[in-house]
Write a protein that binds this ligand. Structure first.
Ligand code: AMP
Length: 401
């Protein structure tokens, strides 16, 4: 039995879950927000029902980590920090160097910081989290788990853009893909649920949350995904455009007197469901407004669904068929309407959802099938758990090393 911590450090936040492995029981989880401010908020819950919530000044990530660890002791989750066998850190960008989870050495940490070129806010914050934990628990093994790594199996025909080849050679401009930890986790859970070998399955994983991406998985490996050089490409998302003709950028710059960076900011933060509906980035709000007859919300929902559906079609073609479609993340796990309407357009491929199973609340929180008895393709709802996947990676790498 080992206690393993999964860590997700943002620029001003830090989320963690402490697991008992290999049983995967959650011993404690918590979140610190507004790090660096006077009114930082810390909240921790333990498996025994103990809680701690506090608002106080937290200067930096080092202090945040120290506070978390002190609370784990005072809430009697651990007696001694040496009990924490390893920490696994979510890293947004692993470039082409990292094709899987990796034990963090000084060289690896330097590389992660170097890759901040591709994901400036994220990788720097992720590296800060690593340093803070290494300093606080020097005995623990440290593992980096990359959002991009799972997609490193994509063939060049999937990851190259149709731009001059030397841009790829000289600047590494290509599709990287994100949400890899989630796509990997749900595809493995789906194979277990279906009692099939991953190697025999063609899976389309639909991670539909505030950020959204689809992934085509063949032989357990990502062969295509919708996010690209950055997480802006692909589907319509809560606030992100997804695919758009790049010629729109200079046109908006001229018409709205904006810089390129300002336009990209609009594409990241004010577009997608929010941009079209002019109401909300939250799919629940957009759905209920659409049901009340709000035209723009109805449009936002239709565009969101259309892009998911057409990409499922494209990936089915790419893989020469599909055995399972997975819905996961906030929208995928919860929105009956999105699941129903996405699949509604796929009946010609003998992909059929069972209305009752789709609407049922039974087995919520665990993997469940919603496909009709005469559907040729298994349709599954799989709750994603990136933290467990991180803890699994830490355990398997630490055992090897
Ligand atoms: P995530 O980024 O995975 O946390 O997902 C956030 C998205 O999930 C938001 O757009 C929410 O509106 C959506 N969501 C969460 N719960 C529900 C629900 N019960 N029904 C529909 N959408 C939901």
């Amino acid at each position: 039995m080992h206690k393993i911590m999964a860590v997700n450090a943002g620029s001003s936040s830090l989320k963690f879950q402490l697991f008992e492995m290999p049983s995967e029981d959650v011993l404690a989880k918590g979140l610190i927000e507004r790090i660096g401010m006077k009114d930082a908020v810390i909240s921790i819950k333990t498996h025994t029902g103990k809680k701690h919530e506090e608002v106080s000044h937290i200067a930096d990530h080092d202090q945040a980590v120290k506070m978390i660890l002190e609370f784990l002791i005072s809430l009697e989750v651990v007696k001694n920090l040496k009990e924490i066998y390893g920490t696994g850190h979510r890293i947004v960008h692993g470039g082409e160097q990292f094709t899987g989870a990796t034990i963090v050495t000084p060289k690896v940490l330097a590389k992660i910081e170097q890759l901040a070129e591709f994901a400036p806010l994220h990788n720097k914050a992720n590296a800060t989290g690593i340093r803070a934990f290494q300093e606080a628990i020097p005995t623990a093994k440290t593992v980096a788990v990359f959002d991009t790594a799972f997609h490193q199996t994509m063939p060049p025909a999937s990851f190259l853009y149709s731009i001059p080849y030397r841009y790829y050679q000289e600047h590494k401009i290509r599709k990287y893909g994100f949400h890899g930890t989630s796509h990997k986790y749900v595809s493995r859970e789906a194979a277990k649920f279906m009692n099939r070998d991953l190697k025999d399955l063609r899976i389309i994983s639909c991670h539909l949350g505030n950020g959204a991406s689809l992934c085509a998985i063949k032989d357990g490996k990502s062969i295509d995904t919708t996010m690209g050089f950055t997480p802006l490409e692909g589907l319509t998302m809560g606030t992100r455009t997804g695919n758009i003709d790049p010629a729109v950028v200079p046109y908006i710059m001229e018409k709205e007197n904006m810089s390129a960076a300002e336009v990209i900011d609009v594409f990241n933060k004010k577009s997608g469901l929010l941009g079209i509906s002019e109401l909300s980035s939250d799919l629940r709000d957009v759905t209920s407004a659409a049901q009340e007859g709000n035209y723009q919300s109805g449009l936002a929902l239709s565009i969101f669904i259309k892009r998911v559906r057409e990409t499922i079609g494209a990936y089915a073609v790419e893989m020469g068929g599909v055995d399972a479609i997975i819905f996961t993340a906030g929208v995928g796990e919860n929105s009956v309407i999105v699941r129903e309407q996405v699949i509604d357009g796929l009946q010609f491929m003998d992909i059929k959802v069972d209305k009752n199973l789709n609407e049922s609340n039974e087995n919520r929180g665990s993997t469940r099938s919603i496909s009709s008895f005469n559907s040729k393709v298994e349709i599954l709802v799989v709750p994603t758990d990136e933290e467990v996947e991180i803890a699994r990676d830490v355990l398997s790498l630490s055992n090897q090393g």
